[in-house]
Design a protein around this ligand. Structure first.
Ligand SMILES: NC(=O)c1ccc[n+]([C@@H]2O[C@H](COP(=O)([O-])OP(=O)(O)OC[C@H]3O[C@@H](n4cnc5c(N)ncnc54)[C@H](O)[C@@H]3O)[C@@H](O)[C@H]2O)c1
Length: 355
């Protein structure tokens, strides 16, 4: 089976982090949601650091209940210093050894799945995050990273696009996306409170559409959908008007940013992590994929399927000045380059039979 990541991407992340990565020497990391798309990249990165960078290896406890991790996540790799637990983080997790870092990436990330599992979506971001934060009260952590989302901004007022961290959002607490948006907001509130009350060094990231090798074909986010249909030779389906915009951040740039926030972000604070250029509509995204594929694609605008939650934000683009200024964060992979890497991987892995 082809790996759910690309080895050269992992080397690139380690090279970009350079000396910073040495902070993980001799440390123990709890990685929640470790069987998911981003979790598998973190796993591969820590395995690479142990093999090639760290004098004293780190130990990693990977924890996931496998609710959306699919085939790629179900099979835990055999790696020295890694322990894989099938565990729902909503339930108490007993860890007797010392922990230095917590990465709380467990969540239900795709709109298709949060429509299917609304309560699980809400609970993992709130009760689940609280359970893991409680570990931070007992263990003197060096860093706690919570995966929030750019969705916490809802459908931003165009005057606030690109959107800075200070924008408070435009969200309905009763809308079909509320189980995700609102629970991520509450997850951030919990992180701020645990920092204030107990001194837990919490940091939050708000990722903006991260993509790359390892995304499951049945992830139902836009790029796996498009890729699966292109590989099958079927028309590419753009939902709604096709004018809604997004920006896309290749996974190497995103993981580099997440690690920088974990190690050096200001405690109790949130950081946008994404690539602000280009902000493009879904119809324009299909045209970029046409250039990457090197052939004309049949692109059709269709109605939203019933399985997709309504009220999708019209624009989404990060202002990353805070992470750039404080942490030296600078995405380096262009959209075309990232899509080339993603499509090369997907062509070897996707079956084209899912949609
Ligand atoms: N990838 C992105 O563009 C993006 C954007 C914004 C936010 N995020 C957030 O980043 C995190 C990781 O995203 P991803 O793209 O890797 O998603 P993913 O769905 O691939 O991975 C999430 C993992 O969390 C696990 N999980 C869910 N509920 C759990 C529970 N109760 N206990 C233990 N494990 C549980 C799932 O089984 C899955 O393996 C998520 O919290 C997501 O909301 C991601």
């Amino acid at each position: 089976m082809t790996a759910p990541y690309v080895e050269s991407d992992i080397r690139e992340i380690a090279a970009t982090l350079g000396e910073e990565a040495k902070a993980f020497s001799r440390s123990t990391i709890l990685l929640c949601g470790g069987a998911g798309f981003l979790g598998r990249y973190f796993t591969a990165l820590f395995a690479h650091l142990n093999a090639h960078v760290l004098k004293h290896p780190c130990r990693v406890i990977v924890c996931d209940n496998l609710i959306t991790s699919g085939r790629a996540g179900a099979k835990a790799p055999r790696l020295d210093g890694f322990r894989f637990l099938t565990h729902d983080i909503i339930k108490p997790l007993k860890i007797t050894e010392r922990i230095d870092y917590v990465i709380q990436a467990a969540g239900i990330a795709s709109p298709y799945y949060y429509r299917k599992y609304p309560l699980e979506t809400l609970e993992v971001a709130t009760l689940g995050t609280k359970r893991v934060l409680e570990l931070g009260v007992r263990h003197p952590l060096k860093g706690f990273l919570f995966f929030s989302s750019s969705e916490i901004y809802g459908d931003p007022d165009p005057r606030h696009v690109p959107t800075p961290e200070s924008y408070r959002g435009n969200i309905s607490c009763l809308g079909p996306r509320a189980c995700y948006d609102e629970s991520k907001r509450l997850g951030e509130t919990l992180c701020a409170i645990f920092h204030e009350l107990h001194g837990v060094p919490t940091r939050m990231v708000r990722p903006f559409n991260v993509y790359g090798p390892g995304m499951q074909e049945t992830d139902y986010r836009v790029l796996p959908n498009f890729a699966s249909r292109i590989i099958a030779g079927k028309p590419v389906q753009v939902y709604g008007s096709g004018k809604q915009t997004r920006t896309f951040c290749y996974v190497t740039d995103a993981i580099t940013g997440f690690i920088k926030v974990l190690l050096r972000g200001s405690p109790g604070q949130a950081y946008n992590i994404g690539n602000p250029v280009p902000e493009l509509s879904m119809l324009e995204l299909a045209r970029v994929l046409e250039r990457v594929a090197g052939r004309k694609l049949d692109v059709r605008v269709v109605e939203y399927p019933d399985t997709y939650p309504a009220d999708e934000p019209q624009r989404r683009c990060p202002d990353i000045a805070k992470a750039a200024r404080q942490l030296g964060y600078k995405p380096a992979v262009s959209l075309e380059e990232g899509l080339k890497r993603f499509m090369a991987w997907a062509s070897a892995v996707y079956t084209g039979t899912q949609f």
